[in-house]
Ligand binder design. Structure first.
Ligand SMILES: Cc1cc2nc3c(=O)[nH]c(=O)nc-3n(C[C@H](O)[C@H](O)[C@H](O)COP(=O)(O)O)c2cc1C
Length: 86
């Protein structure tokens, strides 16, 4: 599954913690993506690994907020590299 979130205070928004509390994603692959003002993922990948210890957590693409509108090609390439034909 794809899970995306903005970086808030070098972390995920609290709603993401609620999401990972609510669902047991054991044996799932979690492909992350994120936007930020420049802090990228910070330590959120490790945080998700702790919250979902039996999931396969993959660090995906991170985009700066100011670059979102011009990032379509980069995102398509990322998805193509993952095996999705965009
Ligand atoms: C409460 C709050 C805290 C933020 N903290 C950070 C931060 O620590 N590092 C960072 O790079 N960007 C930070 N940002 C910028 C957001 O990551 C950025 O605005 C967001 O990824 C853009 O997505 P949006 O258009 O959905 O807000 C913060 C934004 C908000 C609203």
């Amino acid at each position: 599954m794809f899970v995306g979130y903005p970086n808030w205070w070098y972390d995920m928004p609290m709603a993401m913690y609620s999401f990972f509390d609510e669902y047991d994603l054991s044996n799932k692959t979690i492909i992350t993506f994120n936007t930020s003002g420049g802090s990228a993922f910070s330590d959120t990948i490790n945080t998700i690994k702790k919250l979902e210890p039996n999931a396969n957590v993959i660090e995906g693409i991170t985009i700066r907020a100011e670059d979102v509108e011009s990032s379509q090609n980069e995102i398509n390439e990322w998805l193509n590299d993952l095996g999705y034909n965009i």
